[in-house]
Design a protein around this ligand. Structure first.
Ligand SMILES: Nc1nc2c(ncn2[C@@H]2O[C@H](COP(=O)(O)OP(=O)(O)OP(=O)(O)O)[C@@H](O)[C@H]2O)c(=O)[nH]1
Ligand SMILES: [Mg+2]
Length: 197
């Protein structure tokens, strides 16, 4: 896939605005601030295309990007405490509404911060993906913050938590700072698109 051909498509504020899905979709989910928008920029090789900020809650709409006919979907984050209740409600509506629709889900990339235990919301997310039988994988983010030995330890610990929740996905350590894991992630995305179509 030629990621240089990436184009912003549109931003949607409610799930009812979403157009019917006619192309394979690769979507990115995870708690607020985990690094969803950053990893998409890294995959595309474009610094500022997907909006990133140090304040959690940057992405408040569902944003679609197109790469040669494949749709990359940036979703708002879940689990951020300091966001107004009304705004949180709107984000859950967006995330739940998106997954409730009959769409061409080629791959859901579920992001978990490698430095911490999976949160209750992270576990709920992977359990939901399991139950729905959607194709998904887990990418651990911010691997640059840990040594390789610490990364291995955290991967094992979080994978154990996921297994206890009934999920045994493919997992991959990534960093949007150093690019660790990004080529492998691109390859997994492309495999998933092949499988879907
Ligand atoms: N060190 C490091 N920082 C990262 C990495 N990925 C993201 N960040 C930082 O984490 C913060 C949040 O990144 P975003 O990409 O905006 O996270 P998000 O998941 O899209 O957040 P929301 O849109 O609020 O849900 C930013 O300050 C990023 O620079 C990474 O791999 N390594
Ligand atoms: Mg974001």
């Amino acid at each position: 896939m030629n990621y240089q051909k990436v184009k912003f498509v549109a931003a949607y504020g409610t799930s009812s605005q979403l157009p019917a899905s006619s192309a394979p979709e690769v979507s990115f989910v995870g708690r607020s601030n985990v690094g969803k928008s950053s990893i998409m920029n890294k995959i595309f090789g474009r610094k500022g295309l997907v909006k990133v900020s140090s304040t959690p809650g940057k992405t408040s709409t569902i944003n679609f990007f197109d790469v040669e006919g494949v749709q990359f979907v940036d979703l708002p984050g879940y689990g951020f405490a300091k966001v107004a209740k009304s705004e949180k409600g709107r984000w859950s509506e967006l995330i739940e509404g998106y997954f409730a629709q009959d769409r061409r889900f080629a791959l859901v990339v579920s992001l978990i911060d490698i430095r911490h235990e999976a949160t209750k919301d992270d576990l709920k997310m992977v359990q939901f993906l399991e139950e729905r039988g959607l194709p998904y994988m887990v990418a651990f983010t911010k691997a640059d913050k840990l040594s390789k030995a610490q990364q291995q330890k955290q991967i094992a610990a979080i994978a154990k938590q996921l297994a206890a929740a009934g999920a045994n996905p493919i997992v991959l350590a990534t960093s949007s700072e150093t690019g660790q894991g990004i080529d492998d992630l691109r390859a997994l995305i492309e495999d998933a698109i092949q499988q879907e179509s």
